[in-house]
Design a protein around this ligand. Structure first.
Ligand code: ATP
Ligand code: MG
Length: 438
């Protein structure tokens, strides 16, 4: 027996009182069986969409995807998605069913779902319906297609990536037949839209089992991001234990926290072998490649910028003994970004030969110094200064571009430790400088 939110219980009850079958299905049932909180609840019913609308007469009903059999009913202010039982149809384009056929049989509806663990229905009245063995697959931590994996992937090409994503996120092994079918049919994914690929890829790389999936399915990953394929078999500069550059990339990714910007940066931080061109060129090329990959995958501009900045500064040496240098860098790129750069650098070192581990101490020292800077509220931006534009006007400086320049010069002097961040010393410093900027 699962405890369900009021609006879900109400919806299931209302449908069964009207004589229809109604179940919770998909991710919510899977997550609850795993003892995890469910995040979205999908209801499936034997009622057709028109019948569902009649059952919820008097409620606000939104025809979300009525052609696909989904209506959203508002219950007590909460939206509940109700989808009518559907039967699998043919797919000519590898993504959309040619026709949507409703059914009165739960088995049909569960049979069209991608994975056994996603094909379990639950009703508070009759309990779990599990015709495809999803519960035992959850127990055995297995990802397995409902039915024949080759057929299921041929119908909807995205499923191949979904299987990999769920394996990465749930930390489940992919069943042998499903595994073979992914490799065999990998070229299907070239027909999937970049948006969908990116959305699955993001979840995959943040999964607890991402490392194994990126290794075992590198052939699929290289189709998604051909820029990574050149890393395979590419020896590392430091020739460590026969690991190639792709292995280094995957290890680096696994050593970062599962935060999307860090994981994307780790995935794309080393797309060029660091020999040949000089290091600045290598860094620039890496950045351009990362940007192109992310653009192609329709990643947002903001996230692309964040990831590329991390990759760029991952190549910039950090001297943990130079506090002024650290503050300058923090002032330039933001302290949060700089802390993320250090996290990426740490993962990069951990993924290297243990001979380089001594660098971890240095990076940890730099990270601690940044935490201290943050805690002490050290001025890193003009807005953190103890004086503002009006104070400068107050001492006779004419409003105009000189104000901004003087404030920046004052910030620089504070960061260098030449002037204290206090009103008196700052104004004295600024009046001394004013002549230069007038
Ligand atoms: P989560 O929301 O945590 O990603 P979920 O299982 O709820 O997991 P959704 O993408 O929300 O995944 O889909 C809901 C359900 O719809 C799935 O559990 C599955 O039964 C079915 N489903 C989704 N996408 C497909 C697909 N491409 N092919 C077959 N069934 C699918
Ligand atoms: Mg869901």
């Amino acid at each position: 027996m699962f405890e369900l939110p009021f609006e879900i219980n109400y919806t299931l009850n209302k449908l069964s009182e009207a004589g229809y079958e109604a179940y919770l299905v998909g991710g919510a049932v899977r997550d609850m069986l795993m003892g995890k909180p469910a995040h979205d609840y999908d209801v499936t019913t034997s009622a057709t969409p028109d019948e569902t609308k009649l059952v919820f007469d008097g409620h606000k009903v939104i025809e979300t995807g009525i052609r696909h059999g989904t209506v959203t009913v508002i219950v007590g202010g909460y939206p509940v998605e109700i989808t009518s039982f559907r039967r699998e149809s043919t797919y000519s384009d590898g993504r959309h069913p040619d026709v949507v056929t409703f059914s009165r049989r739960l088995e049909d509806d569960l049979g069209r779902r991608d994975l056994t663990v996603n094909a379990i229905a639950y009703s508070p009245v009759t309990g779990c319906a599990d015709p495809y063995g999803g519960i035992s697959d959850i127990e055995n931590r297995l990802i397995r297609c409902v039915g024949d994996p080759n057929e299921r992937f041929a119908e909807d090409h995205l499923r191949l990536l979904r299987a990999m994503r769920f394996s990465a996120v749930l930390d489940f092994t992919i069943d042998e037949k499903t595994r073979a079918a992914i490799h065999e049919n990998k070229s299907y994914i070239t027909t999937v839209s970049q948006e969908r690929i990116f959305s699955e890829l993001c979840r995959l790389i943040c999964g607890i089992n991402a490392k194994n999936i990126l290794h075992e399915y590198s052939d699929v990953i290289f189709l998604l991001i051909p820029e990574l394929a050149v890393q395979k078999g590419c020896e590392r500069e430091y020739g460590d234990n026969g690991r190639d550059l792709y292995e280094h990339t995957v290890n680096c990714l696994s050593y970062t926290e599962p935060l999307l910007h860090l994981r994307l940066a780790a995935l794309l931080h080393d797309t060029v072998k660091p020999s040949g061109a000089d290091s600045e060129d290598v860094s620039r090329i890496r950045n351009t490649i990362a940007e192109n990959v992310l653009r192609r995958l329709r990643c947002s501009t903001a996230l692309t910028d964040t990831v590329c900045r991390l990759i760029r500064y991952n190549d910039v040496p950090i001297d943990h003994t130079d506090m002024v240098g650290l503050k300058r860098l923090a002032s330039k790129i933001g302290i949060k970004t700089l802390k993320d750069v250090i996290k990426l650098k740490r993962a990069d070192v951990l993924a290297e030969d243990p001979r380089h581990y001594y660098r971890l101490n240095e990076l940890n020292a730099a990270y601690d110094a940044l935490c201290e800077i943050e805690e002490n509220g050290v001025a890193l931006q003009v807005r953190d200064l103890a004086v503002g534009g009006n104070d400068l006007i107050g001492i006779g400086i004419r409003p105009g571009p000189a104000i901004g320049k003087l404030l920046r010069a004052a910030l620089d002097a504070v960061i260098s430790g030449d002037v204290d961040n206090e009103k008196g010393p700052l104004l004295r410093f600024i009046s001394g400088k004013a002549a230069e900027f007038e």
